[in-house]
Design a protein around this ligand. Sequence first.
Ligand code: ATP
Ligand code: MG
Length: 440
Amino acid sequence: MNSIKFKLFLYYCIISFTIFGVLGIFLYFSLENIVLESIDNALIAKAKAIATLINEDNGINLQFSDEIMKEYSKRSDQYFQIIQNSKIVEKSESLGSDSLPIVNSAQTIHFKNKPLRIVLYNITINKDHLVIECAQDIESKVDFLKTYLSILILSIAGAILLSALGGLFIVNIMLKPIKKISHTISKLSESNLFHSHIDENVVDELKPLAVSFNRTFERLDNAFTKQKQFVADVSHELKTPLSVILMETEIALRKQRSIQEYINTINQIKETSQHMKGIIETLFKLIKIENTQLLEKKTLDIKEIIQRSSALLKDQIEKRNLKFNIQGSTFLIDADETLIMEVFLNLIDNAIKYNKENGTIDIMIYPEKRVEIIDSGIGIPKDSLNRVFDKFYRADPSRSKEIEGLGLGFSLVKEILDLHNAKIEIDSTPNMGTKVSILF
Ligand code: ATP
Ligand code: MG
């Protein structure tokens, strides 16, 4: 009852019923009018013929010809009567002892259980006002109109039924693409998202729906795939340090060891556990950022943020004997202070870690709200450039073994910058250095 199909069908029926109904009524009354008009005209002609027989000299003494007598004879279904001063002064033989009712205008009356059409014709003779009433039995015409009405009603009913069926057919065709879309959606599950596709070759009105569903499928599929990949990566990353811990303890327990050997093992376990703790803490940060809806935004001085971040990393900079330099005049941004600090801590940390002894780190601040972090480090191989934002990705495994890291820094940075609608770009030449640009 509440379906589009039923409603469309109902509206279709109501509209076609109204249209055909009005058309039927119009057709019936038009024909009735035409029939009555032709009868009236014929009767008036007859009244006029009678009027010509009224002799001016003899007054209303009528001289009927044989023909007229025959026309209005006893058995005839045609009648007339002449009225003077509301009195019937002459009438046809066909009326016998009856008389026609005195009427004011042409009308249909019932006379001897039969429909009778009656018209008036006024004449004045010698200042005498006479009314000639002419009438005719119209039973056959009424029967004809009744038959016409029945045929009309049947035809209209048939037309309504046919058009309703046609409407149902059209509604079915129109709803087919919607049915198809809902069928595809009803069969959706996490595993077949990738293969789910709605045919976009549909009517114009449904095209945006199909396109946006397909986009949603794609996005959902991407999100599911990413999530699966993330879980797999996390498990893998945690498995390695856990295996190290297990191996170390097993070796240590195999036989009696010296105190120093136990101390070494415990230290190894401590270091590995710290690495695991680092992974888990960074993951928590990432998840927290991914779920952040409300940023604690305030106006920040970018130069001040960069200075504070680099101050926290001062020891590492000095340790590697790097020349650290900030250039350009500051600009203001509306951002979450802790998160933006996190961005610069990560990027400067990378510029330190992947630099060469006695290298340089230049931070350039441009008025178009752009910051560049340029280092003279080992650079990133070209084929790794577009993967550094992947979680746990570390370029060039041989060198990353020597440099500590989880491969999560860039993911974190990207996530935070996305939240602030800022862009990040990396430009790097192996063995020459790396330039990371941020556009707020
Ligand atoms: P962490 O999670 O501790 O930051 P990470 O530094 O290895 O670990 P990312 O900061 O995400 O992880 O960097 C990913 C990889 O990109 C690094 O492993 C490194 O190979 C490369 N990389 C990042 N910054 C630089 C840089 N300035 N110069 C050279 N390589 C870099
Ligand atoms: Mg890093």
